[in-house]
Design a protein around this ligand. Structure first.
Ligand code: PAF
Length: 292
């Protein structure tokens, strides 16, 4: 495995691969890799085959964090990530420097942004108004440098994946966007680099995200007709209020493609929620199914 820091080197490699007609899989990450990320790497390998190239980008992107968020404290563990990538069969681990990604600095520097203006507005976009502009901008930059055939994102960040799909289509990137299933701990908690922030007591309380999803799944599977989303939201709120360290940010029910709110919930509706567990904000989502 090759570790690349320079953006220009990464770009030259990508152009060389393109000239040779190689398929390239990109897994964009902010590092602190866990089993969820490694499942994305496996998906990328499956898509490009043994002769293709798999690139993991590792960049804690400053423009997707608001000033009061956890950019400074975001876990950074390059040596471990390097080992994890090598063991997972990654060809290139690309770790760009801020100065190359945002010449002139992230706040004063860029005057060109990529902003998806429809799917970005709700849920995470309402809670974090500049977040998706930062994500869309950095993903566009990663696409432009790595020139992937396939890019793999995790379903845990459902809205992010929808925004990336949309920008890929709107900006005519010849890239297949693959969304890989969420990987969960045995007790259902979705894997996330931010789970490391949790104290043991908070970690135990964080399972309420999955319990809320399971509760709604059971209600939908048992119902003979559609259920009111306001009723289900109230039930989720009650479940979460029973956990002293957990505070609900939002729970939403929506159409999976458009992300438009669904006043009535039935199999096929999507559900997403965000909670604060102490000072850590966690998100999760699921498609609601007919049978359990
Ligand atoms: O999901 C993430 O880790 C980030 O939002 C991404 C896609 C790598 C962009 O910085």
């Amino acid at each position: 495995m090759r570790l690349v820091n320079s953006l220009t080197t990464m770009q030259r490699l990508a152009l060389r691969w393109r000239r040779r007609g190689l398929r390239v899989g990109l897994v964009p990450t902010m590092g602190s890799l866990h089993a969820g990320h490694l499942s994305l790497v496996r998906q990328a390998r499956r898509r490009v085959g043994p002769a293709g190239r798999v690139v993991v980008s590792l960049y804690v992107n400053p423009t997707q964090f608001a000033p009061h968020e956890d950019f400074a404290g975001y876990p950074r563990e390059l040596e471990e990530d390097r080992r994890r990538c090598r063991a997972a069969g990654v060809d290139v681990l690309w770790v760009p420097a801020d100065a190359e990604m945002y010449p002139g600095g992230p706040s004063g520097g860029p005057s060109t942004w990529v902003s998806e203006e429809n799917l970005s507005r709700r849920m995470e976009g309402r809670a974090r108004p500049t977040h998706f502009r930062g994500v869309a901008t950095v993903v566009t930059k990663l696409f432009n440098v790595v020139l992937p055939t396939v890019a793999v994102f995790g379903a845990k960040d459902y809205q992010q994946a929808a925004v990336v799909r949309r920008l890929t289509r709107d900006l005519n990137f010849p890239i297949e966007v693959v969304v890989a299933p969420t990987v969960r701990e045995p007790d259902g908690l979705a894997m996330s680099s931010r789970n490391r922030y949790l104290s043991p007591a908070e970690r135990e309380q964080a399972t309420v995200l999955w319990q809320a999803i399971e509760h709604v799944q059971r209600r939908v599977a048992a119902a003979r007709r559609s259920l009111r989303s306001s009723q289900l939201a109230a039930e989720v709120r009650r479940l979460i209020q029973a956990r002293p360290s957990v505070r609900l940010d939002y729970v939403e029910f929506f159409a999976p493609e458009t992300l438009q709110p669904a006043p009535q919930v039935s199999p096929g509706t999507h559900m997403a929620l965000a909670v604060w567990v102490g000072r850590t904000r966690l998100i999760d989502n699921a498609r609601l199914e007919e049978r359990r």
